[in-house]
Design a protein around this ligand. Structure first.
Ligand code: NAD
Length: 347
C-alpha cells in the first residue's frame, strides 16, 4: 500500500484541538496572512462563481479553485431555518488535492474553519479599507459567526470595543458570555441604531432568507466601513439599496458577488473594486475620511483554498488528524477488480 492512498482527515474534534493548541487569535492572523498571500497571486487561480443548488429552505454549494499545483473545494450549506430546529445554519467540509496526480491530500471539517476564514477575511478587508484608528465595531447578528468576527477584528484591526445587537437577546447574551475576559469592551444593545452609535466599523452578520434591511440609509454616517457578511445568496441581502449607492464597494470575485452579494440589488455594470486589486496596489482602497467603504462579503473559493492549505501545513508532525484509507490502491493499477476478489478470498 503506498502512502498516497492514505488521506489525512481533520475531524471537528481535531480542528478544535488544533485551533486551541495554536490559539484562536493566532489562527485568525495566520489565515488572514494566507488569504492575502493568495489574493496577491489572484491571476494564478482558476476562478468560477460557486455552484449553487437552491431549495425553498436553503442552499447547498460547491466552491472549487486551483492554483495549478493544488486543487481545493468546499461543500457548504446555508439554511437560516435550521436554527429553529437546533441545527447549524452553515456547515461545511472540504478537500485539498494534488494537481499532479489528482490524489486528495487533505479532507477536513470546515464548519469551524469557515467561521475562522470568514472572520479573517472580514478583518483583512477592513485592515485595507476601514478608517485609520477605528476602535469601535457594531456587530449586528450574534450567531455562530459572531465571536470569530469580534476576535478577528481585535487581533487584525485593533478593534477594542464591540457593540452587539441581535433580534434574539439570548444570542447577544451568548456572545457576551463567550467573549468575556478576551480584552474587548462589550456593550449589549437593544436596537441596531443603538449598536452603531460611535462605531467606525459596522458588521452585519444576520441570517434570513429574504431581502432584509438590517441597516437603512439614514443609519449610516460618513466615514464608516461596513462589513456585510450575511447577504450571500440570491434573494438574501442585509442593506438598503440606498446605502450601496453612497458606498465605495469592494468585492472578492465580482462575477459571484453580482449573483449573491448586496450588489445583486444594483445594475450589473455598477462599479465595484475587487479586493485583490487593492492589495496589489492596482486600485485604490479608501479614498478619503468621509467615504463609506463597503466590503460586500459572500465568501470565495480562494479563501477556503488558503484555509485548507494552512491546515494542511499546520497538521504536519502533529496528532491532530486521522488517517483515512480513502483511495483504492491495487498492487497493479489496472487490477481494481482483482483487489476485490483478493479481499473476498481473504474474508
Ligand atoms: P446564525 O443563524 O448562527 O446566526 C444568525 C443570527 O442573526 C441569529 O442569532 C439571528 O437571531 C440573527 N438575526 C436574524 N435576523 C436578524 C435581524 N433582522 N437583526 C438582527 N439579528 C438578526 O448564522 P451564522 O452562522 O452566524 O451566519 C450568519 C450569516 O453569515 C448567515 O447569513 C450566513 O449565510 C452568512 N455567512 C457568510 C459568510 C461569508 O463568507 N460571507 C460565511 C459564513 C456565513
Amino acid at each position: 500500500m503506498s502512502r498516497l492512498n492514505i488521506v489525512p482527515f481533520v475531524s471537528v474534534d481535531n480542528m478544535m484541538k488544533l485551533v486551541l493548541h495554536l490559539g484562536v487569535e493566532r489562527v485568525l492572523t495566520d489565515l488572514a496572512a494566507c488569504i492575502e498571500a493568495d489574493f496577491r497571486r489572484w491571476e494564478a487561480f482558476d476562478k468560477t462563481p460557486r455552484i449553487a443548488s437552491h431549495s425553498p429552505v436553503g442552499v447547498i454549494e460547491l466552491m472549487p479553485t486551483s492554483d495549478g499545483a493544488l486543487y481545493g473545494f468546499k461543500y457548504v450549506n446555508g439554511h437560516p431555518k435550521n436554527l429553529k430546529e437546533g441545527l447549524q445554519t452553515v456547515t461545511a467540509f472540504g478537500v485539498l488535492a494534488e494537481v499532479a496526480t489528482g490524489y486528495p491530500v487533505l479532507l477536513s471539517e470546515m464548519t469551524i474553519l469557515t467561521a475562522l476564514r470568514t472572520a479573517a477575511m472580514s478583518a483583512l478587508a477592513a485592515r485595507w479599507l476601514a478608517p485609520p484608528g477605528a476602535r469601535t465595531m457594531a456587530l449586528i447578528g450574534n450567531g455562530a459567526q459572531a465571536e470569530f468576527q469580534a476576535l478577528a477584528f481585535r487581533a487584525i484591526c485593533g478593534i477594542g470595543a464591540v457593540r452587539l445587537y441581535d433580534i434574539d437577546p439570548a444570542a447577544t447574551a451568548k456572545c457576551v458570555r463567550n467573549l468575556a475576559g478576551c480584552g474587548l469592551e462589550l456593550t449589549s444593545c437593544t436596537s441596531p441604531e443603538e449598536a452603531i452609535l460611535g462605531a467606525q466599523v459596522i458588521t452585519t452578520c444576520t441570517a434570513d432568507k429574504q431581502y432584509a434591511t438590517i441597516l437603512t440609509d439614514n443609519m449610516v454616517g460618513a466615514g464608516v466601513h461596513i462589513n456585510a457578511v450575511g447577504g450571500d445568496c440570491p434573494g438574501k441581502t442585509e442593506l438598503h439599496r440606498d446605502i450601496l449607492l453612497r458606498s465605495a464597494i469592494f468585492t472578492e470575485y465580482t462575477p459571484q458577488t453580482r449573483i449573491e452579494g448586496e450588489i445583486q440589488q444594483l445594475p450589473p455594470d455598477h462599479p465595484v473594486t475587487e479586493l485583490w486589486r487593492v492589495m496589489t496596489g492596482a486600485a485604490p482602497g479608501r479614498q478619503d475620511a468621509r467615504a463609506i467603504t463597503l466590503f460586500d462579503s459572500v465568501g470565495f473559493a480562494i479563501e477556503d483554498f488558503s484555509a485548507l492549505r494552512y491546515v494542511h501545513d499546520r497538521i504536519r508532525g502533529t496528532r491532530f488528524f486521522e488517517e483515512l484509507d480513502m483511495i483504492a490502491d491495487p498492487d497493479e493499477p489496472r487490477d481494481l477488480y482483482g483487489m476485490l476478489l483478493r479481499a473476498q478470498a481473504a474474508a
